[in-house]
Design a protein around this ligand. Structure first.
Ligand SMILES: Nc1ncnc2c1ncn2[C@@H]1O[C@H](COP(=O)(O)OP(=O)(O)O)[C@@H](O)[C@H]1O
Ligand SMILES: [Mg+2]
Length: 285
């Protein structure tokens, strides 16, 4: 019998499902609230109840990433690994990694000031999509169709001026049906996929009301998902793909802490169970 630690900052259905599956498989679980856990430079693994392996499931990306750093410092096996979380949590790093590994991904332009981005955008032309390098649920992902929109968005960024606002991530707008595809991979293996149909807007995030629909994993999706997972360092991931009118499937995002409650209802495989199995295999290797 092993003990699985689920690190959280807000207990969602997903974390409860993971706990339940682990218990049903006969394992112990420990739920650890990152918000109330204290770590210091003398901290040792034995000072805590980390169990044999930790699943980092914080909703806050930054909190989860920094917590993962402290887990790895104490030699606690954790999924996903710090390096994977770090790459997936930043859209620029993630895109570069995908491209470097020859995975079809939208053409993306990077500028490091609003002046640089303005100059570049006027050369490339509209439309483009701007995205915050750190963010999820579609927040701040905006199509830019003309100069007025660009000026407005850049002006607001200048006012908020967070460190990440100085990084301009601009991407070609993909011609696609009003949906995208989310594939969940566990250890580079796709276990379930869904179409996410837009509820009317430009974005297809479930958090924005998109309708999930079970998607049969084609050999092409399987191959792409496996490659994308390997490109960022593997683990438990959500690979997002769009169906480009001309190029076919392209990967636009790899997500680090994947939500799965909608998909779990319709998927054939037991997603949380596969995650627990993978975590336990991971420490046996
Ligand atoms: N280049 C693009 N062309 C067309 N639609 C896009 C493009 N990039 C993102 N989208 C849409 O916006 C949604 C959110 O973008 P995404 O990059 O996945 O950011 P987030 O991490 O916030 O989910 C996608 O699911 C997709 O529906
Ligand atoms: Mg996304």
């Amino acid at each position: 019998m092993s003990k699985v630690c689920i690190v959280f900052d807000r207990l969602r259905v997903e974390e409860k499902m993971l706990q339940k599956e682990a218990s049903q498989m006969g394992h112990d679980t420990t739920m650890l609230d990152a918000k109330t856990t204290q770590v210091n430079t003398d901290s040792k693994r034995d000072d805590f109840d980390f169990g044999d392996v930790a699943l980092e499931r914080c909703v806050s990306y930054f909190r989860g990433l920094h917590f993962t750093a402290s887990l790895e410092f104490m030699d606690v096996p954790v999924l996903n690994k710090f390096d994977v979380a770090s790459v997936c949590g930043n859209k620029m790093f993630m895109t570069l990694q995908l491209k470097k590994n020859n995975i079809p991904t939208p053409k993306t332009y990077f500028s490091f000031s609003s002046e640089g981005a303005t100059e570049n955008l006027e050369k490339i032309g509209y439309p483009l999509v701007i995205k915050p390098v750190i963010g999820s649920w579609g927040r701040g992902v905006l199509p830019i169709k003309d100069k007025d929109t660009m000026d407005a968005i850049f002006e607001i960024r200048g006012i908020t001026d967070n460190p990440h606002d100085r990084i301009y991530y601009l991407q070609e707008l993909i011609n696609r049906p009003p949906r995208d595809i989310r594939v969940i991979t566990i250890g580079d293996r796709p276990v379930a996929a869904m179409y996410r149909k837009s509820s009317g807007g430009f974005k297809t995030n479930i958090a924005l009301g998109a309708d999930p629909e079970l998607c049969e994993i084609t050999p092409e999706m399987e191959d792409l998902a496996e490659k994308a997972s390997k490109a960022v360092g593997g683990g438990i991931l959500g690979i997002d793909m769009m169906e480009d009118e001309k190029r076919g499937l392209i990967v636009h995002e790899v997500n680090n802490t994947v939500e799965f409650k909608g998909l779990a209802k319709v998927a054939q495989e037991n997603i949380p169970k596969e995650m627990i199995k993978f975590a336990l295999d991971y420490i046996r290797k």
